[in-house]
Design a protein around this ligand. Structure first.
Ligand code: AMP
Length: 503
């Protein structure tokens, strides 16, 4: 079948001079980007790499990320995107498991690469990368691939144990791209999309849709997310699409906008997801930015594509805002019990998925693959329920559910109750070991600046809103909540830290 990189080659033929990528002062046209990718592919062949070989990328966002990604696809090889915030030993585990034949890294990652003490040949972005590229003659076209050939080997965050590499094929990426274009963002040539999140995650894959349709892609060039700066950028550049933002980024954008309002009227679409959004935040975002939002629910094993919620059609009630929307056509979602039987409508169970976006399996892990894909369904590890119409509401990761006195408590429900309090800015809820109850509910809360709300106030607030057994037994106040590179609040890390401090 055609290589996923041929989507870029096609755009280059249709609009060679249009801008494909901008990064600070740098600009790459479509023909230029496509040529660079084919050049990179030729370089991989010249180094003796074979189709199916793995090329790891350990770099911050930038144009070379995109060239390396499409060049590796074009050569029929596998991109192994590595989160640029990992440590040397974490990087070493991924290089080892993936059996990478080449590691492309940037200056910022050079120290960590040194720490990883790897024998994998390296290519450093900058002068070395540029002169190597200059010496090459581009491939004529991306090589043909088998539909099941792996293109993207994504190591899951791996909060417990060794990270596992989800093998995503050309067929998976093509299916993901069509569903992105059909249901999430109908990219056009006159769009200017802003990409903020790390390209090593779903955001990188989301470039596929935009580049397939010939849009201009502005890659955020600051070392970390600065909400006020992003708002100014949207205003100045008349950005039309916010390609993908995590809910925490939306909260920061709302706060920055409240302090110094920006003109964001150019935005026609903003995609969010990757973590639950709380009702208060969802309400505020729609009120402020209008009907531009589409939420996506996915995971590394079915990238960016399980369900979606299009809020662009008009006002949504609270239940809708709290849901993750509906399965994409061609993607089937079921809620199964512990024996893999479907639960009745409205009841909770594990969210399971099948369709062309679901990974081939985990590399080197036949057992984990067999367990996760048993019965032909991807078992997501997420807990949720479906309503009559097929609308999915996610409750929590199964590992995050608090079991107190034998009853399940979903942290998200307690978090929503607390966030409705005017003095609560951010919150994360988790279970702490409890001799009597098994686990008890604890909330870590960031107060609004200047607020003096205390533990008793918040417990009482919850008692009036949710069942009493769900109210927090303990409230801890913090200055901020730590998030990972993708903007997800690190619930398990906060829990471990507070339990340790309390011990
Ligand atoms: P990752 O594999 O790192 O992309 O993480 C995927 C996990 O993030 C999912 O299994 C969910 O637990 C969570 N997640 C992704 N999208 C959403 C969403 N829209 N709402 C709630 N949780 C989400």
């Amino acid at each position: 079948m055609p290589n996923i990189a041929s989507n870029l080659a096609r755009s280059a033929r249709l609009s060679p001079d249009a801008t494909a990528i901008r990064y600070g002062d740098r600009r790459l046209g479509y023909a230029e980007l496509d040529e660079a990718a084919r050049r990179f592919a030729a370089g991989l062949h010249a180094r003796g790499l074979q189709p199916g070989d793995r090329v790891a990328v350990f770099a911050k966002n930038g144009p070379e990320y995109v060239v390396t990604m499409f060049g590796t696809f074009a050569a029929g090889m596998v991109v192994v995107p590595v989160n640029a915030k990992l440590s040397g030993s974490e990087l070493a585990v991924i290089l080892d498991d993936s059996g990478a034949a080449l590691l492309v890294h940037d200056d910022a990652g050079a120290g960590v690469v040194q720490e990883a003490a790897t024998a994998v040949p390296r290519l450093r972005i900058g002068a070395e990368y540029d002169s190597w590229m200059d010496s090459l003659t581009p491939l004529d076209r991306p090589v043909d691939v088998a539909p099941e050939a792996v293109a993207w080997l994504f190591y899951t965050s791996g909060t417990t144990g060794r990270p596992k590499g989800a093998e995503l094929t050309h067929r998976n990426l093509l299916a993901m791209t069509w569903l992105e274009l059909a249901d999430v963002c109908d990219y056009r040539r006159d769009d200017r999309a802003l990409h903020i999140a790390p390209l090593s995650h779903g955001s990188g894959l989301y470039l596929l849709g935009a580049l397939t349709r010939g849009a201009e892609n502005l890659i955020y060039d600051k070392p970390s997310f600065d909400a006020a700066d992003v708002l100014r950028l949207i205003e100045r550049e008349r950005v039309t699409v916010l390609a993908f933002v995590a809910p925490t980024m939306i909260v920061m954008l709302l706060d920055a906008d409240a302090a110094a309002p920006a003109d964001t009227s150019s935005l026609r679409r903003a995609v969010y997801g990757g973590a639950p959004i709380h009702l208060e935040h969802a309400r505020r975002m729609v009120e402020r930015f209008g009907n531009v939002f589409v939420q996506i629910y996915g995971q590394g094993e079915s990238p960016m594509t399980i369900t979606y919620l299009n809020l662009a059609h008009g006002p949504a009630d609270d239940e809708m805002l709290l849901s993750a929307g509906f399965a994409h056509p061609g993607v089937e979602v079921a809620v199964l019990d512990e024996h893999d039987r479907p639960v009745p409508v409205g009841e909770t169970g594990e969210i399971c998925v099948r369709g062309d976006t679901v990974m081939r399996g985990y590399r080197n892990s036949p057992e984990a693959t067999a367990t996760t894909l048993r019965g032909g369904w991807l078992h997501t590890g997420d807990i949720g329920r479906l309503d009559e119409q097929g609308r999915l509401t996610l409750l929590d990761r199964s590992k995050d559910v608090i079991i107190s006195g034998g009853t399940n408590i979903y942290p998200r429900e307690v978090e929503d109750a607390l966030l409705a309090h005017p003095d609560v800015d951010e919150v994360v809820v988790f279970g702490e070991p409890d001799a009597l109850w098994g686990e008890s509910v604890t909330a870590a809360v960031v107060r609004r600046p200047g607020s003096a709300v205390d533990e008793a106030d918040l417990v009482e607030w919850c008692r009036r809103r949710i069942a009493s057994f769900k109210k927090p037994k303990r409230v801890v106040f913090c200055d901020s909540l730590p998030t990972n590179a993708y903007g997800k609040v690190l619930r398990r890390e906060i829990r471990a830290h507070l339990i340790e401090m309390n011990a």
